[in-house]
Design a protein around this ligand. Sequence first.
Ligand SMILES: *Cc1c(COP(=O)(O)O)cnc(C)c1O
Length: 545
Amino acid sequence: MSNVLIQQGNEPMAFLPTPPASQQGRERQKSVSHGQPLSELLNKLDNCAVEQAQAAQSLQLAAPATSNIFLPTPPPSSPRFKSRDDADSSVNEDALAPVSSTTATQLIQERIASALQTGSEQAFFIGDLSATYEAVKTWRNSPLGDRVEIFYAVKCNPSPVVLHLLSLMGTSFDCASTAEIDLVLSLPTAPTGDRIIFANPCKPASYIRSAARAGVEMMTFDNADELYKIARHYPNAKLVLRILTDDSKSLCRLGLKYGAPLATCPGLLALAVKLGLNVIGVSFHVGSGCKDPNQFTDAVWRARQVFDMGAKAGFDFTFLDVGGGFERDGFAEMSVVLRDALEQYFPREQGTRIVAEPGRFLVSTAFTLATNVIARRRAIVGDGHEQAVQAEAAKEDGEGADVMYYINDGVYGAFNCIMFDHQIVHPYPLTISHSIASAIPRLPGPPPPNVALPVDLCTSMGYRSMEKASIWGPTCDSIDCVRQVVPLPTGLEVGDWLGWGEMGAYTMCAASKFNGMPLAEVYYTDGGNTEDAQAVRKILDGFEV
Ligand SMILES: *Cc1c(COP(=O)(O)O)cnc(C)c1O
């Protein structure tokens, strides 16, 4: 905070920020606008801030003299980190990882059969590229298809193989950091900067500079300070004003963090004019996992208001970014509602370029996770006090589990989606008593989606008895619980495998190695024997390195 203020004091007085919403912010702005010298401004700050500023100054002075001397020599074995120049020139080999031509189910079962033989127990993902292909096809054949371009939200799943396929299919990309931009630019297809939008409204200055170097012109903003930063580091950028919309019906609400309220937009646009910046349009994000299509109607209406504000400020907006939030469930309805809102507020003849940033929509169904049961305990029957502790621990359904399974991925790994993405995950047995034959699914169907095991499926497969299980991750933290109570067939043992469907979105990208637990490996397939799989194969094979 304090550093920002000091910098603003140094700016020419014309560079006035729009009043921030908070009262405190308003007072601060007054003091800047009255043109007090820096020393007076500093006096107004608390002592702590002054000390911080002084410390920062002395650090800056000291840095050049000492920085080289104190750098330790890296040991010979330390990994070599790529510099930007390397990243620019070298192609990301991971994007060209082998892609099998079996069905996802077959590939899972092959890997498990070999694991059972070799004793390998490492958790792994299967990435079925035909599911991502199918999602892009669904988008393009939907009511949005002929109007709304895809800018895939890289953060959702930055698998280089998926990015490579998407790039070959002609999508563009939404990146939020320099590393994501470098990743996209390093794809073997060599996408150019105009296929990237830097959709992070609050960027470090260094990221803005590297976007400028990489030729990534489009970037979002939602506050005055961002405009000052961009004016200094990338004055020719094409700016997109991220506005606040109602996200109350979404799984992950993003409006708490980003988006300019409508009332602040005229001020921001006026500031952009003063700074000589080029604002090309508007973006929003209704929140990830949006359950209510009407959120889009409201958001498009708001975008229209801001387009009109832009015209008043002297801009000619040509770009509307409707963000992400799309799910496969309910997409048929949502795409119609959004299409209609776009027709109403942005009629085609106006020629506005419209893009979206789907993340979850394109990858969620493409990944299945297979985890190994590494330990098992019968639920302990303790004395009175211990039972109370257990009852407290097993709140779900108000009843405890009969058996506890410990698997080798958990909430610190791929299942972080339980914490961060508010997901409920459903297991199914890939082996029972080390036998694939008796488990779900049978060949040759696709892996089951993320739904509770259907009882009739279990009976049809001959499972006579089910029991209540709790499922725990591998770390030593008791928060590392994947399911508190879930029915599973009896007969599961240590060494058996559990499968988890629809694990492509917001899973491996945020997984940590807490407690020294490795990340799950990923194996890819084109999907095997469907038309979509053949299309994927054709696309991948058509690409010559
Ligand atoms: C996360 C994010 C997305 C993707 O959201 P989904 O819900 O996965 O579609 C798109 N745009 C921005 C700016 C985001 O932050």
